[in-house]
Ligand binder design. Structure first.
Ligand SMILES: *Cc1c(COP(=O)(O)O)cnc(C)c1O
Length: 372
């Protein structure tokens, strides 16, 4: 009963766990960002291996529609160039050393400049040849990367003296686009700077792209929305019109009939209060399922919602089979991303966000790609 994608493998994997990556859904989610921001150039953010989905396959799936890409590791950008991807690629954190600047120039990568040491590297570039496309990154309150607002005019003046550099625009990153505080204080600071510089702007992550018309400027940088998860605590991916892109499924590999007082798993954290059936599922924290997930975190068996009980172990987790009396060894368990169970709901059970779960999908989980 192996899925077709396994037939080409040099060995057979039979541990019953599988992730399904839906490239058509990723394309559809990107096109939703484009519909929301029809006049913006949208960098598809594919950092962190496309949030666990495989950056190269995602880059290729988006190639017919993507304006450009955003990522962090320059070696990923080079692999994309080798694969024939020609769109602009923005290195979201800029260059980490002087050599990377040369590589960026040679491969037409776009780089933010967030600190004075990076300006020195640009000054050292040869004046002749292809200019390097840069954004000036301003810190408007996030306090990670970026020049202070009052430095921006001086940075622009310095860059304009360099024929080897082409200034594409001004960027910043929001700390609270996904919550009640919103983007206004940071956007006001940003716009006060740009009132004098008059550069094209790049400010919106997914949350700002989805929620704030005023943030949809010349460029946007959607990430999480491409992967069908919601950046918001108060609005689901489904409500936002986003399609799930990563399904994690496993099978039940054992069943236990518990009597009242029987306990389950490491730390004996769950005690049965009545006779009940427990399903043992072939998925654990070494597959990327969060160990910290609370009892009660939802999963779906044979289309029926049930819940995690006991502690997640390295290779297994345990679930309550009472709502699904017909389930047994071999029954399919959806852990997230299918059967109406969003990755965000599971993340909430582990006090985290969908981002972290998808990024943590382990290399040992076989991946089946659909929607190519
Ligand atoms: C990760 C990242 C994004 C995308 O953020 P999402 O919340 O995933 O949409 C945008 N811009 C920068 C600079 C980033 O690092």
């Amino acid at each position: 009963m192996l899925p077709p994608a396994y037939r080409d493998l040099p060995y057979i994997m039979t541990r019953p766990i599988q992730a399904t990556i839906d490239l058509a859904a990723i394309r559809q989610n990107y096109l939703l960002a484009k519909r929301l921001a029809p006049n913006s150039f949208a960098f598809a953010v594919i950092k962190a291996d496309a949030y666990g989905h495989g950056y190269l396959r995602v880059a290729q799936a988006l190639a017919p529609v993507a304006d450009g890409y955003g990522l962090i590791n320059i070696e990923n950008a080079l692999a994309m160039r080798e694969a024939g991807i020609t769109q602009p690629i923005l290195l979201l954190e800029g260059c980490f050393d002087r050599e990377e600047v040369d590589v960026a120039v040679a491969n037409g990568l776009w780089v933010p400049v967030h600190s004075a040491f990076q300006l020195d590297w640009l000054r050292a570039l040869p004046a002749a040849g292809r200019p390097l496309d840069v954004f000036i990154k301003i810190n408007t309150g996030m306090n990670r990367l970026g020049f202070r607002p009052e430095q921006a005019a001086d940075v622009l003046a310095r860059l304009r003296q360099l024929p080897q550099v082409k200034v594409r625009g001004l960027m910043t990153h929001f700390a609270t686009a996904d919550d009640d505080e919103g983007i206004e204080p940071q956007l006001l600071r940003f716009d006060a700077v740009n009132a004098r510089l008059d550069l094209p702007c790049c400010v919106a992550n997914s949350a700002a792209t989805l929620r704030y018309d005023v943030a949809r400027r010349e460029y946007v940088r959607p990430g999480i929305m491409l992967y069908g998860a919601s950046p918001f605590a108060d609005q689901s991916a489904e409500q936002l019109g986003l399609a799930p892109t990563m399904k994690l499924e496993a099978e039940i590999i054992g069943v236990q009939e518990l009597q009242p007082g029987d306990r389950v798993g490491y730390g004996a954290r769950f005690t049965a209060s009545q006779p009940m059936r427990i399903g043992v599922v072939a998925c654990g924290y070494a597959d990327g399922y969060p160990r910290i997930a609370r009892a009660g975190t939802p999963c779906v068996v044979d289309g029926v919602r049930t819940r995690l009980v006991g502690r997640v172990s390295m290779d297994m987790l345990t679930i309550d089979l009472d709502p699904v009396p017909q389930a047994g060894v071999g029954s399919k368990v959806t852990l997230w991303g299918g059967d109406g169970l969003s990755i965000d709901e599971v993340a909430a059970g582990a006090d985290t966000i969908g981002y972290e779960l998808m990024c943590a999908l382990a290399a040992r989980v076989p991946v089946v790609v659909v929607g190519e």
